[in-house]
Design a protein around this ligand. Structure first.
Ligand SMILES: [Zn+2]
Ligand SMILES: [Zn+2]
Length: 249
C-alpha cells in the first residue's frame, strides 16, 4: 500500500494569507518543507487509488502529484479545508464515486455538472467497503462535528488515519490503532488544546501504547517549523509529514 501526503497543512495552510507570523514569514521566505497546503491523502493499492479529502487547492495538488485517475473520494467531515475543493471535480472527466458520512452528505455543495458525474454514497461506521484488494473501514473520531477516521487494509497491512480527532482517544480508537502498521494523526498545534489532538497528546500516546509507526500531519502556523518539529518528536520516532511525502506500507 502506498501512502502519499498531497497536503499537510491545517485549516488555513502555511503560509496563511494575511498572516505575518514567524511560520508564515519563514514559509514565504524559504519555501520548501515549511510550506503546507491543506491536508489531503492518497492511498494506492495496485491500480486502486483513493483520495481522502478535497481541500480548496485539490486541482493543484493532483496536478503536481501527476494523478490523473481516482477510484473514489472519501470525505472525512464538512469543514471547508476538507471539502472546499469538491466542486473542482466538476471538471474531472470520469464518473466519480464519492463517499461521506450520512451526516456530512447534506453539507456538500455540488454544481449541476458535478451532480451528473458524482456517485454520492453515505458510509456506515465499523463496516467495510471493498475496492479489489483494499478494504476501508470508517469510524467516528469526533463528537463535536461529525468527523470520520479510516482504517485502510491491504496485503495484510493496515493504516489507520485519525482525521481531526479531539484531544482524547476513546477505547474504541485505541483498539483500532493497536497493531496497525501505520497510524496517522492530525495535530494542528504542538501544545495541548481542548478541541484537537496536539503533538503533545501524540507523544503521550506513543509513550503509553505500543504503536508501531506514527506520522503527524495537518499542522498549522502556530506549530513549530518542519525542522524544529522533527527535532522535538525524534526521541519518540514520530515522523512529521510534509507535502509530497510518499511511503510504502
Ligand atoms: Zn482540517
Ligand atoms: Zn501565520
Amino acid at each position: 500500500m502506498n501512502i502519499r501526503f498531497l497536503g499537510t497543512g491545517a485549516a488555513e495552510g502555511i503560509p496563511s494569507f494575511g498572516c505575518t507570523c514567524r511560520q508564515c514569514k519563514l514559509a514565504r521566505k524559504e519555501g520548501g518543507l515549511n510550506v503546507r497546503k491543506r491536508a489531503s491523502l492518497l492511498v494506492e493499492v495496485n491500480s486502486r487509488r483513493i483520495l481522502l479529502d478535497t481541500p480548496p487547492e485539490i486541482s493543484l495538488l493532483l496536478n503536481q502529484a501527476e494523478v490523473f485517475n481516482l477510484t473514489a473520494i472519501f470525505l472525512s467531515h464538512e469543514h471547508y479545508d476538507h471539502i472546499g475543493g469538491l466542486i473542482e471535480f466538476e471538471f474531472w472527466n470520469q464518473v466519480l464515486p464519492i463517499f461521506a458520512g450520512f451526516d456530512t452528505l447534506p453539507h456538500l455543495r455540488l454544481t449541476p455538472r458535478l451532480e451528473s458525474r458524482a456517485l454520492l454514497s453515505g458510509f456506515s461506521t465499523q463496516s467495510f467497503l471493498h475496492f479489489a484488494d483494499l478494504r476501508i473501514m470508517p469510524f467516528k473520531v469526533s463528537p463535536h462535528v461529525p468527523c470520520y477516521g479510516f482504517s485502510f487494509e491491504a496485503n495484510r497491512k493496515r493504516v489507520v488515519h485519525f482525521t481531526d480527532s479531539s484531544s482524547e482517544l476513546s477505547d474504541l480508537h485505541r483498539h483500532i490503532a493497536k497493531e496497525a502498521d501505520l497510524v496517522i494523526f492530525h495535530t494542528p498545534t504542538f501544545e495541548t488544546n481542548r478541541n484537537h489532538l496536539s503533538v503533545q497528546n501524540v507523544i503521550s500516546l506513543v509513550k503509553d501504547s505500543s504503536l508501531k509507526r506514527v506520522i503527524i500531519t495537518h499542522i498549522n502556523h502556530n506549530n513549530f517549523s518542519h525542522t524544529e518539529l522533527e527535532e522535538k518528536v525524534a526521541p519518540w520516532a514520530i515522523t512529521v509529514a510534509h507535502d509530497g511525502l510518499s511511503l510504502e506500507v
